[in-house]
Design a protein around this ligand. Structure first.
Ligand SMILES: *Cc1c(COP(=O)(O)O)cnc(C)c1O
Length: 458
């Protein structure tokens, strides 16, 4: 065997290098991009195949990642909490294929609007599997949720009155929980910090407001009290906020039983589990959370004298890391202060950087050399449309592909047609198989439901 043949054989026998030589599956290519090997020719080939076949900007989700996240949460919690129910918060990613995948894993549906209720039904959920949370529900939404037998997560005394009236009209009992504002700060970004006292969400524990709501509901024959709910925020990376919240919620559970004789079916501690958005970022794992929560839960349950079912309802945790946003470089511009890489996506495609100053890793496909400090600038006509700021990345040029990592949650679901740009396509990858789970929007769709006719007087 020649030296060259020998070294090739050696190369092929090393698993780490294998992907560089052989053609990786789409799943392997996505994982390689995550592991900062987007420069590998094989990996680049996979991304170019996707971009050429389906266009850019393009959302690509990895099915294996989503299933892995579900398994991780279940294996952390199921052994420690005998009464457990996990729901998926649809708003993180509302694609029916994604929701269907999570439903196939036995997860319930946590929804925030009539549209999400109908989406859940379309995917196969029964009305009774649905939990409807919103701080501002309209009459139509309340009507539909009661009709379907969903749990209405009631956010105010005012809403309780509306739910009672509608249930009476339908001659049905409405299943409810109250969303509790526990007054806990889990140390996350302000815009997604929902359980602090000044937030718009929930009935405050403070001042006995939540307790009084249960007292009121108990007098209403049209209302069936099923649980208590809270959701203290999103992208939470430490356990302490959850532990404090659990203590407070279980204190309420005890109070409700001791003083009002109410036994709750469930206590929902919300979603919010954070994911790593940066290389090397350490975040709380489901195992960390389950382990820390177990003694707090056991103690609270013992004090209350019974055990409600623990409900959890993450969104981002299941789908965030599964998503890869593939975009193309239009132009590169050097200015006296900065170098801008102008791409074919913007905050209409991925809102999080502009809205929350969120950090998403960016990889340059097929390039490893000549690092330069750049801003990745969107194609929306707004100064704030920067997808990534001050990043040291291999030099990119017109036509190159970039991939934005961890775009599976609050990515497409927040996308808009602002600047008259049609919505991107979404793909699901399973190994080397790929399915279009949402076709790319069309220019003609920009005009749907519109007319150019004037308002003429009769
Ligand atoms: C958004 C939301 C969730 C999911 O939050 P994540 O941070 O994505 O886990 C869960 N519950 C409620 C009430 C929400 O509004």
């Amino acid at each position: 065997m020649s030296i060259r043949r020998l070294s090739l054989a050696l190369l092929l026998s090393l698993p780490g290098l294998h992907a560089q030589v052989a053609k990786p599956t789409l799943h392997e290519a996505l994982m390689a991009a995550r592991a900062d090997r987007a420069g590998d020719p094989g990996v680049a080939g996979a991304f170019h195949r996707l971009a050429d076949a389906y266009g850019t900007p393009l959302y690509v989700y990895d099915q294996g990642h989503i299933l892995g996240q579900v398994a991780a949460l279940k294996s952390a919690f199921a052994p420690r909490f005998s009464k457990l129910r996990i729901l998926y918060a649809l708003k993180a990613n509302t694609n029916p294929a994604v929701i269907g995948l999570l439903r196939s894993q036995g997860l319930g549906a946590e929804v925030v609007s009539r549209g999400e209720i109908e989406t859940a039904l379309r995917v196969g959920y029964a009305g009774g599997d649905i939990m409807f949370t919103s701080s501002s529900k309209g009459p139509e939404e309340i009507r539909r949720a009661i009709q379907l037998g969903s749990v209405l997560n009631v956010d105010s005394l005012d809403e309780l009155g509306l739910v009672q009236a509608e249930a009476r009209r339908q001659k049905k009992q409405a299943r409810i929980s109250f969303r509790i504002n526990p007054g806990v700060d889990p140390h996350t970004i302000h815009q997604i910090n929902t359980g602090i006292a000044e937030s718009k969400f929930g009935l405050h524990l403070q001042g006995g407001i939540a307790f009084k709501a249960y007292e009121k509901a108990l007098t209403m024959p049209e209302i069936r009290i099923e649980g208590a709910h809270c959701h203290i925020g999103s992208q939470i990376t430490e356990t302490d906020g959850y532990l404090l919240t659990a203590r407070k919620m279980l204190g309420l559970v005890k109070d409700l039983k001791d003083k009002l004789g109410i036994k709750l079916g469930f206590v929902d501690l919300g979603g919010g589990l954070g994911i790593p958005y940066q290389d090397g970022q350490a975040v709380m794992s489901p195992e960390d959370l389950a382990k820390a929560l177990e003694p707090v839960w056991k103690e609270g349950v013992a004090a209350a004298g019974y055990e409600p079912t623990l409900w959890l309802e993450p969104g981002r945790f299941f789908v965030g890391g599964s998503g890869f946003l593939v975009i193309r470089v239009n132009t590169v511009k050097e200015t006296p202060l900065k170098t801008f890489v102008n791409v074919d996506a913007g905050f209409n495609t991925l809102m999080r950087p502009a809205m929350y100053q969120a950090y998403h890793r960016v990889r340059v496909i097929g390039k490893t050399q000549d690092p330069v400090k750049v801003d990745i600038a969107g194609d929306v006509c707004e100064t704030g449309d920067i997808l990534a700021e001050g990043r040291l990345l291999p030099r990119a040029q017109s036509g190159d592909l970039l991939v934005i990592l961890d775009a599976g949650a609050y990515g497409f679901s927040m996308a808009s047609e602002y600047n008259a740009r049609p919505l991107p396509a979404e793909l699901m990858v399973n190994g080397d198989a790929v399915r279009v789970i949402r076709k790319r929007g069309r220019i003609s769709e920009l005009f749907r439901n519109t007319t150019t006719a004037p308002a003429t007087r009769k």
